[in-house]
Design a protein around this ligand. Structure first.
Ligand SMILES: *[C@@H]1O[C@H](CO)[C@@H](O)[C@H](O)[C@H]1NC(C)=O
Ligand SMILES: *[C@@H]1O[C@H](CO)[C@@H](O)[C@H](O)[C@H]1NC(C)=O
Length: 983
């Protein structure tokens, strides 16, 4: 998902939190076998109670070992087990009335924590028939082969208990098993041999639940060997790959068939029509699975008992949307997210009398309008995001959906926008109207929706103030009003929203100070107020729950409150450009051990940086302290295995040398140390950084020769090199010109460089672009710059510079370069800016430069050039300032007429001599490129690089988008996988 495990898990653990405290959601999954009877008048045999007590003692009780997703009532059952009492009466234990044997053990959700060793006394309870140890925490114990000894076992449930390793072959000896559940053990795998044996020997199996067990080597066809009496097969997320078996129709008793989130391919076969007992069918997120119209029709006609159907992301592009209306009238859950449905929205789908949850989002070919009558009044979840279905909010229609709890109409065609009728949907818990074009004020009637937990209105055109009535929404956990035109102060009335965990107001016009209640919210996790007009100090935070804080681009001042450094789970801290934050960065920042992104740039922070900065968080990928007043030396504590991708210290007062430990930053893509007072020689050790794309060392006190490369593949990924304004001397670094491979090839992908773990954080950089110093708030991956200006480089411009064909900007100005202008520069046809000014260049301007049709800026001034200025193509757009201060240039640009014999120079010499075959190997001819595009085009291309800054943390969006995961019992286990045991 492009998201680091850490942030993902934290997102989910956050959900866990929501579940605990804001739960209006129906009961979580609980154990299937929770009610074994335990009535026996027999005193159980001493050795049995001894075994049980030993079992008890082999684990500790740990309250978070049983999570709240899966366990409705986690309870430490073994704690009541006491020596000297009848073990058959113990909680969770059941016995055979006649023999006194322990035949059942139900310790599901019992908070057991510890390793389940193969010599555990459990394995002496040979008479067990039902064993349930689900939802405990066995700490990556392996499943012991001892389980094979329970020869009379009919039910075995070890789900969700953190078991790991391979499922042992011995499980296949349990030939009486009726039900086997090993699901939700992340690190468990099932080998094909074991699966095949299991399948053949367990002929009585009715339920097989192995979701999230790694079965990636098992061939899907081997499922066909399962017992035909199977009634429930749940293999969600097992890594199954390959063709879906073609004749599953033989499993006539199947009621539950859940094969979602695998990599099954092919078409869902016709013979599914024979599975007439099916109650639940899930093929979701098998992205290469097809469903043909004929199969769908058969399925629709024959599966009359179907209650849940999830085919999300299965390709159904040929299925007529209208055929959905023929689905079983028992259907209560239908999810066809991203199925490629095209055509008219089947309004009659609302006639399905039992439909409670409908998800048709991300079917962009689905158009038409919302029906006008007969809206189901049992529908509680409606997701139509990213469709072209027109929804009229202002008529009363929508308010007929009285049972609605979840509604997402994000990026959906909302027609007109009187939101007032929504106020009748008083059961709403989740409302997402983002990315529409809603205008006007946020209606205060939304304050009636007192059950709302999520209110998501970002990217509309809402104006005015936030209505006070929102203060009624005391259950709100997320409020996202970002990217609107809301203004005024953030009202302190909103302090009633004490359950807020996420608040996003960025990209508005809010002014005034940040109200102190925001910093007193007890469980605030995510706060994004960037790009507003907020003023004043940042108050101290009163709680320590923050994971994400972005206050950048406001008018805040003062110091960074020390409480920020106590947010021990903080991953993202962005306080950039808050006008003028002052004070020092103290070493307490190093307590933020989970920090991924730290951006304090464009402030007035001073003092030296704490030495720990290089190694306090292994996850740190962005460190941006540019444009401050920091002093002292750059910390040299960058350790191996760090995750740093972006390091920007530009525009400070750092002294000393460039620390060689930067060499340890193997992930580094951007290094910007420009505009400091660094005194050093050229840092050759950076050559080997395998991912370095941007190196800016400009405006320091670097000196000496730049003679490289010293290693193979040196700087081969570099596409921006700026060492301008230093004291480098000697000849130009010809050796590097031969190895700067990324400058030789253009990149067509117009993507912006961003942080891997927070892809919405795009890198910025300051560059001199076409003679002007600008901040690039985004850096396109296509951009190529070489800037060696303002040094003391001498000698000639080497011919190999013609190899750097992808360069867009070349600046060699203000050196002491001699000789002619290298005609191979004419090959650099991507050049938009060429500056060779203030050197000692002689001779004529080579006519080959006329081929540079993208050239928007040319500066050849202050050299010793003479002869005619080329007049064709781009050259007619340059004026005298490009050429001033030379010996004897002529041409209309300098208002100096050329004499006849002063023909423009073709400088054939430099084309012919030497081994230039590599330079011109690709059929280059200067005539071929003289068909220019004109200046307007150039200008458009050029300005494309400078774009506005918008940052929407993608992970947060995803979190919100995944709301249906939350409330969808099918994936709740999945959620539990990430969230359950993080502590
Ligand atoms: C298994 O069940 C059979 C038949 O009920 C019984 O005779 C046998 O003793 C049981 N074995 C064990 C180990 O409980
Ligand atoms: C199959 O089950 C029988 C008991 O019915 C057992 O004896 C045998 O070992 C099992 N086979 C495998 C391959 O596990």
């Amino acid at each position: 998902m492009g998201c680091s495990p850490l942030s993902l898990s934290q997102s989910f653990s956050f959900f866990l939190f929501v579940f605990h405290f804001h739960s209006t959601i129906s009961s979580p999954i609980s154990s299937n076998y929770s009610s074994f009877s335990s009535s026996s008048s027999h005193l159980c045999a001493h050795h049995l109670s001894l075994s049980l007590l030993q079992f008890k003692q082999s684990f500790s009780i740990y309250s978070s070992a049983s999570d709240y997703y899966n366990c409705q009532y986690p309870f430490p059952k073994t704690e009541s087990w006491k020596d000297g009492t009848d073990c058959c009466l113990w909680y969770g234990v059941s016995c055979d009335l006649k023999t006194g044997h322990v035949t059942g053990l139900d310790l599901s959700c019992s908070m057991l924590h510890g390793t389940l060793h193969s010599n555990n006394s459990l394995f002496s309870l040979h008479h067990l028939q039902k064993l349930d140890l689900s939802f405990n925490y066995f700490n990556t114990s392996h499943i012991s082969s001892g389980f094979g000894q329970f020869s009379n076992l009919t039910h075995l449930n070890l789900s969700g208990s953190d078991l790991a390793g391979q499922v042992p072959l011995e499980i296949s000896q349990l030939s009486k098993l009726v039900s086997l559940d090993l699901s939700d053990n992340d690190n468990l795998s099932l080998q094909p041999i074991c699966f095949d044996k299991l399948v053949r020997n367990l002929t009585k199996l009715r339920e097989l639940h192995l979701s999230w067990v790694n079965m990636s080597l098992v061939v899907p066809d081997s499922l066909m060997n399962l017992s035909s009496s199977l009634s429930s097969l749940k293999l969600i997320g097992c890594g199954l790959q390959g063709k879906l078996p073609s004749s599953m129709g033989k499993f006539k008793h199947l009621q539950y068939l859940d094969l979602g989130r695998n990599s099954l391919t092919g078409s869902i076969p016709y013979d599914f029509e024979q599975l007439t007992e099916l109650v639940s069918l899930d093929f979701s997120w098998n992205n290469y699975l097809n469903l043909e119209p004929i199969s769908f029709d058969k399925l629709v006609r024959n599966l009359t008992k179907l209650r849940e159907l999830d085919l999300s992301s299965v390709n159904m592009s040929l299925v007529a949307p209208n055929s959905l209306t023929n689905l079983s009238s028992s259907l209560s859950y239908l999810s066809l997210l991203g199925c490629g449905l095209q055509g008219k929205f089947p309004g009659n789908i609302f006639h399905l009398p039992n439909l409670e949850s409908l998800d048709l989002s991300y079917n962009q070919g689905l158009a038409g309008s919302f029906p006008s009558s007969n809206l189901s009044n049992v529908l509680s979840r409606l997701y139509l995001s990213n469709t072209r279905i027109s929804v009229y909010l202002e008529n009363d229609l929508i308010s007929n959906l009285k049972s609605l709890e979840y509604m997402s109409l994000r990026d959906c065609n909302i027609i007109r926008s009187d939101l007032a009728p929504l106020a009748n949907l008083t059961r709403l818990v989740y409302l997402d109207l983002s990315s529409n074009n809603l205008t006007g004020e946020i209606p205060s009637s939304l304050g009636n929706l007192v059950h709302l937990q999520y209110l998501i209105l970002y990217s509309n055109n809402f104006m005015g103030q936030v209505p006070d009535s929102l203060a009624n929404l005391v259950n709100l956990s997320y409020l996202d009003l970002s990217n609107n035109q809301l203004g005024g102060p953030i009202h302190s009335q909103l302090k009633t929203l004490s359950n807020l965990v996420g608040l996003s107001l960025f990209g508005n016009l809010f002014n005034g100070t940040i109200p102190s209640f925001l910093f007193a919210l007890p469980s605030l996790y995510y706060l994004d107020l960037h790009d507003n007009n907020l003023i004043g100090n940042i108050s101290e935070l009163q709680h320590y729950s923050l994971i994400y804080l972005d206050l950048s681009n406001n008018h805040l001042h003062g110091t960074i409150p020390s409480s920020i450094f106590k947010q021990k789970n903080l991953e993202v801290l962005i306080l950039a450009s808050t006008s003028k934050l002052t004070g020092e960065i103290t070493s307490s920042i190093c307590k933020l051990r989970f920090l991924i992104l730290l951006d304090l740039s464009n402030n007035s922070l001073s003092g030296s940086t704490p030495l720990c900065l290089g190694n306090f968080s292994n996850s740190l990928s962005v460190l941006h302290l540019g444009m401050n007043k920091l002093q002292g030396i750059i910390p040299s504590t960058f350790t191996k295995d760090n995750s740093l991708e972006y390091l920007n210290l530009n525009g400070n007062e750092f002294e000393g040398k460039i620390p060689s430990s930067i060499n340890n930053c193997a992930m580094l893509e951007v290094l910007d140390l420009g505009n400091n007072k660094i005194e050093d020689t050229f840092p050759y050790f950076l050559e080997k950084l395998p991912k370095l794309q941007i190196l800016v060392l400009k405006s320091n006190k670097l000196q000496g020769f730049v003679k490289g490369p010293t290693a193979h593949n040196s700087f081969s990924t570099l596409r921006i090199l700026d060492i301008s304004d230093n004291d480098f001397s000697g000849s130009l670094p010809t050796g590097y010109f031969n190895s700067l491979e990324a400058m030789m090839a253009s990149d067509q992908n117009m993507i912006y460089m961003n942080a891997t773990s927070y892809s919405s954080y795009v890198y910025s950089i300051d560059l001199t672009w076409k003679g002007v110093e600008i901040e690039f708030p985004k850096i396109q991956s296509t951009i190529r710059v070489l800037d060696l200006s303002n040094n003391n480089f001498t000698g000639e411009i080497p011919k190999v510079i013609g190899k750097l064909k992808a360069l867009q900007q070349l600046n060699l100005s203000h050196n002491s370069l001699t000789g002619h202008i290298q005609s191979s520069l004419g090959i650099l046809t991507n050049l938009e800016s060429l500056d060779l000014s203030s050197n000692l260049l002689t001779g004529r301007i080579p006519m080959q430069l006329e081929g540079l049709t993208f050239l928007a800026i040319l500066n050849l001034s202050h050299n010793q050039l003479k002869g005619p200025i080329p007049s064709g193509q781009q050259f007619s757009t340059f004026n005298a300032s490009s050429f001033e201060g030379n010996l004897g240039l002529c041409g209309f640009q300098v208002l100096e007429e050329c004499y006849r014999d002063e023909a423009p120079s073709l400088q054939p010499s430099s084309f012919d001599e030497g081994d230039d075959s590599t330079l011109f190997g690709e059929g280059f001819g200067w005539k071929a490129v003289t068909m220019g595009y004109g200046f307007g085009f150039v200008f458009g291309v050029a300005t494309g690089y400078v774009v506005f800054r918008t940052k929407k943390p993608a992970w947060f969006l995803r979190m919100v988008e995944d709301k249906w995961n939350l409330n969808n019992k099918k994936t709740k286990k999945n959620v539990a996988r990430y969230g359950a045991r993080r502590n």
